[in-house]
Design a protein around this ligand. Structure first.
Ligand SMILES: [Zn+2]
Length: 813
């Protein structure tokens, strides 16, 4: 699963500290509770479902044939998860007949008394007739899954004319038992068949292959989906809706993209790298894509970022990007790789328990690195990975959590920056330590040994030990079963007379834990580099190297792969040498950061860096430096504005010169305001707005029908700033129609500023209604963070318009 929260930027830090405070205050008993793996009494073998949907009531009518067998010990009873259902029949299947069984049901679990005692491995099938009522479920979800209804009806009665009718499911962690009776635990695996009856106008998607479609006399159609290979219940999926199915292929297997029809023409641009990813991952792992097909669907109002249901991944609407957005790069590329890699790590071998979630999520996280490294180069991968590491480092409390955690308040808490981001960084260190060949052979070993079963961190260790012949307990104890990360202070003393340099590395983290870190220390003389492998393993280590002429740079962690915070007391000359000669993204980034902090002219060398991410980083740092107006700097920026082939970098440069407000850039802005990239067009419109606001306002109106991303922001600001009373309908409906997003919260302020300018109080009130209905549409768990800025906007209107409007706002809130 990939988490994408509505208000990531706004609320992550706040939300986490808030959650910790409230969790800490209310109940800490969980800290003493060891989370056992679910004991296997009965094991799932096969699940056959026959379902249809009651759209009016948002319910599912189901019949389930669940085949099981006692795991080892004999038993005469069976417990199934079945959340919030109406249970009509529970019976045992005897040939063609069924015999009713006694059961009790507490709305969460069915406790069934079997017809006899079954021996270990002796198969039996229970038959259950039920109604699932997901909208009547009250169990809470998590940050990753904002609700846990399992089965979601989107606009089921078609009341909302602007939204299609869809059904989709979200199982992880244990929510599929809302719509099917099962043992809803990750250490269960079952093959599956689903017969879904739907109105004939809709298409369906489920796990495995579509075996048949039968038209019924009542205008409905029954689709039969079959999955021959076993997988965990949380990976079951159903999707229903009016989708275009865009067909692709990997070898002989179907690779399909289910998108709303208006995205049909662009689906291949969004998802079209999937077959190449399948080839790449299959070859890296030495295990061909293991399932019968691979499909991806984009669902409306999806409650998480994306989910790796076996052969049937579901993405949230952010996956939808039009052709112009894609010219800035596919913002969903990493997520597509992430969910695909889960088909091996998660679906083929499944985390044995939620405590071990990292054997799913660290690999999915790391697959983003692998794909970027292959497709866009090592700098792009390192840049992405560095941001992920910041995501771990910046979240308070992450350094206190073990990667594998047998205690947690809620299983949903496992979906965090430790299981994902830190886990991915640890895999990168492991790869660096054992080497590429051993790393991928070990992954092959782990997948082969545990396929169609479950895995824990220890099984991963055994797989690596078998391949490398080394005892790796130290690595696992340190990184998987321990918490925190090293904080390193690095100092150098040179003795030119003796021709000796000492490198001191001190671990300054405020815990007793001392990390063992195998790293390279690279010693540079000019462009030549001598590599030394060392172990950092004490509170303070010192390493001595001799030299004929004093080195230009001593580069600790030469591959820049450590998960660590560093204070590296190199000289200015060292850093400048690092910028020019050290090869890695992070080498150059650290050096540029140093130049930025010290106000060094060498910062502008970053404008010609080979990696666009560092060119952008440099532009951003220069814009707030003392050198911002230097002629040489501006010449470099102008060159990028005119010629850079990377659109986001070009846009950053145009934005830079836009701030200068110089009339000489009018032709540049005019030339690029119609660019296919929203970023480039947006930056150009911003430039025009400063020089010719009338023209900018005209263009903003012209472009408003097709303005997303940066262009959307500038169009919105321009319309609101220069819009007149007569533009109310246009501006108000634009705001009203824009989807729920982080950006919209910022736009609310602009919209309120516009309303405060109007004289017609009916229009003002109508605008207030729109703002308040937006406020109410935001899911409740975000209100602590979204209410204050929205109320601030409303207050501005109240203050500008006086008592009548003030009273109106109070009455509506
Ligand atoms: Zn994931």
């Amino acid at each position: 699963m990939k988490k994408i929260l509505l208000c990531v930027v706004l609320s992550v830090a706040l939300f986490n500290s808030y959650a910790q405070i409230t969790a800490g205050k209310t109940d800490t008993a969980w800290k003493k509770l060891y989370r056992v793996s679910h004991p296997a009494v009965n094991d799932l073998v096969h699940t056959k479902l026959v379902v249809n949907f009651n759209f009016d009531k948002a319910r599912l009518n189901g019949k389930a044939w669940v085949t099981l067998q006692p795991h080892f010990y004999q038993t005469d009873s069976l417990t199934l998860d079945a959340k919030g259902m109406d249970i009509k029949t529970v019976a045992i299947v005897k040939g063609a007949a069924t015999v009713p069984l006694a059961f009790t049901y507490d709305s969460l679990q069915l406790n069934i008394t079997l017809d006899k005692t079954y021996k270990g491995g002796e198969k039996y099938t229970v038959y259950i007739e039920y109604t699932a009522k997901p909208d009547e479920i009250t169990s809470t979800g998590s940050a990753a899954i904002t609700e846990a209804k399992g089965l979601y009806f989107i606009n089921p009665t078609g009341e909302d004319k602007n939204k299609p009718t869809q059904i989709w499911t979200q199982g992880e962690t244990e929510a599929n038992s809302v719509w099917m009776p099962t043992i809803d635990k990750p250490n269960q695996k079952t093959t599956q068949e689903i017969y879904m009856t739907v109105p004939a106008k809709y298409v369906t998607l489920s796990n495995g292959l579509l075996k048949s479609q039968v038209k019924n006399t009542d205008g409905s159609r029954t689709d039969y989906w079959k999955m021959d290979l076993p997988h965990a219940p949380y990976l079951f999926f159903m999707g229903v809706g009016d989708f275009a199915i865009v067909k692709d292929k990997y070898k002989t297997k179907e690779v399909n993209y289910y998108v709303e029809k208006k995205y049909e023409s662009v689906a291949r641009k969004i998802f079209g790298n999937t077959p190449e990813m399948m080839t790449f991952f299959s070859s890296k792992l030495g295990i061909d894509f293991p399932w019968a097909k691979y499909a991806q669907m984009v669902g409306r109002d999806y409650v998480s970022g994306a989910m790796e249901n076996t052969t049937a991944t579901l993405h949230q609407e952010s996956a939808y990007q039009n052709a112009r957005q894609l010219t800035d790069g596919n913002a969903w590329e990493e997520t597509i790789a992430h969910e695909l890699f889960h088909q091996w790590f998660g679906d083929l071998v499944t985390a044995e328990s939620w405590s071990n979630l990292t054997v799913n999520e660290s690999f999915a996280n790391y697959s983003e690195y692998l794909w970027l490294e292959y497709k866009q180069g090592k700098d792009a991968a390192d840049g992405h990975h560095y941001q992920d590491m910041q995501g771990y480092l910046l979240q308070p409390g992450n350094d206190k959590k073990n990667l594998v955690r047998f205690t947690y308040a809620d299983k949903e808490d496992m979906f965090d920056g430790v299981s994902y981001n830190k886990g991915g960084r640890i895999l990168n260190m492991l790869r660096n330590y054992v080497g590429d060949d051993a790393f991928f052979k070990s992954l092959n070993n782990y997948l082969t040994a545990n396929k169609f079963k479950t895995g824990e961190a220890d099984q991963l260790r055994l797989a690596f030990e078998e391949v490398t012949g080394q005892d790796l307990n130290w690595f696992w104890n340190q990184w998987y079963f321990g918490s925190g990360h090293p904080k390193l202070k690095i100092d150098y003393t040179y003795n030119d007379a003796a021709g000796i340099v000492k490198v001191f590395v001190e671990q300054t983290q405020k815990t007793d834990k001392v990390f063992r870190l195998p790293v390279f220390i690279d010693i540079y003389t000019g462009a030549a580099k001598k590599r030394n492998k060392v172990w950092i393993e004490n509170k303070i280590d010192s390493f001595t190297f001799s030299y004929a002429t004093r080195p230009d740079l001593i580069n600790v962690d030469g591959d820049k792969m450590l998960l660590a915070e560093k204070t590296d007391n190199k000289t200015t000359e060292n850093f400048i040498h690092q910028l020019k000669y050290a090869p890695n993204y992070l080498d150059r980034r650290e050096a540029l950061e140093y130049c930025s902090k010290k106000g060094l002219k060498e910062l502008k060398l970053g404008l010609t860096d080979k990696f666009e991410g560092l060119r952008r980083f440099t532009i951003e740092r220069l814009s707030r430096s003392k050198m911002a107006d230097d002629a040489a700097v501006i010449a470099g920026i102008e060159d990028i504005a005119n010629n850079d082939s990377d659109k986001k970098t070009k846009a950053a440069a145009i934005k830079y010169v836009a701030k200068l407000g110089d009339k000489k850039y009018l032709p540049l802005f005019t030339k690029f305001v119609g660019d296919s990239s929203y970023s480039v067009a947006g930056a150009s419109l911003e430039g025009l707005e400063k020089l010719d606001s009338t023209k900018a306002y005209e263009l903003a109106k012209k472009y408003s029908a097709d303005a997303k991303g940066a262009l959307g922001d500038v169009v919105n600001k321009t319309l609101v700033a220069y819009g007149k009373e007569a533009d109310f309908e246009f501006i108000a409906s634009r705001f009203n129609d824009s989807p729920l997003s982080q950006e919209k919260i910022a736009e609310t302020n602009d919209f309120c500023n516009f309303l405060a300018k109007l004289t017609d109080s009916n229009k003002v009130k109508k605008g207030i209604d729109i703002v308040i209905s937006f406020k109410n549409a935001i899911p409740a768990q975000y209100h602590d963070f979204t209410d204050p800025p929205i109320k601030q906007g409303l207050n501005k209107i109240a203050n500008a318009k006086g008592e009548e409007i003030k009273a109106y706002i109070s009455s509506q809130l």
